[in-house]
Write a protein that binds this ligand. Structure first.
Ligand code: ADP
Ligand code: ADP
Length: 221
């Protein structure tokens, strides 16, 4: 049976950073809805244009568009063993749709690490985030700067600040998260798959907490 991990948590808490590390350690594919939208935007697709109009305002892209994009991505052969979902689902309708699509793949959401940190930490992290243009590698101006300013260590592409990482936008995105995504915490807690993780720790310690939560949930089965 495939394994699906859903990383839940507010903007800036460290989901993308951890998803990349977990993907390497587990061999599961990292699927980030935000990265997929940004890739579409870079390639100037219709979906990218549509997503931009919402992302620029710090609002969520409509459920049907988002659900179809994720379904197409996790249906690819490289997700046969499962995936680490980062940034999806973000609404109850997306969570319901995910449940239905995973049944088609003979799977289910196995573990939902819920990563949290105080709002000041989120604003500081997202506000100082730098993102690589080519592949979305993640840096921070203070906590994890690239060796050469503005250049990705891994692929040499430009490293830039996302428009929606400007401080006013981060605050708006946190509000949207509280209103639209927080209800998923209770949804997954009720399903017995939630694992609370302290995201205020250093990157390595968060990874250790995540690995031990994944280990526990695989033993519980
Ligand atoms: P999310 O995907 O949840 O929005 P990211 O993984 O992109 O979050 O991280 C947001 C910012 O915080 C990035 O600049 C990243 O380098 C930095 N960051 C992530 N985890 C930590 C951590 N544990 N300690 C300090 N900075 C972190
Ligand atoms: P962060 O992890 O910092 O919140 P993301 O890269 O996940 O940032 O998301 C950036 C933007 O992309 C969101 O503000 C939203 O407009 C859009 N987006 C990403 N994932 C979803 C989703 N599951 N549903 C709707 N919109 C989404």
């Amino acid at each position: 049976m495939p394994t699906y991990i859903v990383l839940l948590g507010p903007p800036g808490v460290g989901k993308g950073t951890q998803a990349r590390i977990l993907a390497e350690k587990t061999g599961l594919k990292h699927v980030s809805s935000g990265d997929l939208f940004r890739e579409n935007l870079k390639n100037q697709t219709e979906l990218g244009q549509l997503a931009k109009s919402y992302m620029d305002k710090g609002e969520l892209v409509p459920d049907d568009v988002t659900i179809n994009m994720i379904k197409a991505r996790i249906s690819q052969p490289d997700c046969e063993a499962g995936a680490i979902l980062d940034g999806f689902p973000r609404t109850p309708a997306q969570a319901d749709a995910l449940e239905v699509m995973l049944k088609d793949f003979n799977g289910a959401v196995n573990t939902v690490p819920f990563i949290t940190a105080a709002e000041e930490i989120l604003v500081e992290r997202a506000g100082g985030r730098w993102t690589c243009r080519a592949q979305g590698h993640i840096y921070h101006e203070k906590f994890n700067p690239p060796k050469q300013v503005g250049v990705c260590d891994i692929d040499g592409s430009e490293v830039y600040q996302r428009d929606d990482d400007k401080v006013e936008m981060v605050a708006k995105r946190i509000r949207v998260y509280i209103e639209q995504t927080m209800p998923l915490v209770e949804y997954y807690r009720g399903a017995g798959v939630l694992a609370e993780i302290d995201g205020a720790q250093a990157v390595d310690n968060v990874t250790q907490s995540l690995l031990s939560a994944l280990d526990k949930s695989s033993k519980a089965k």
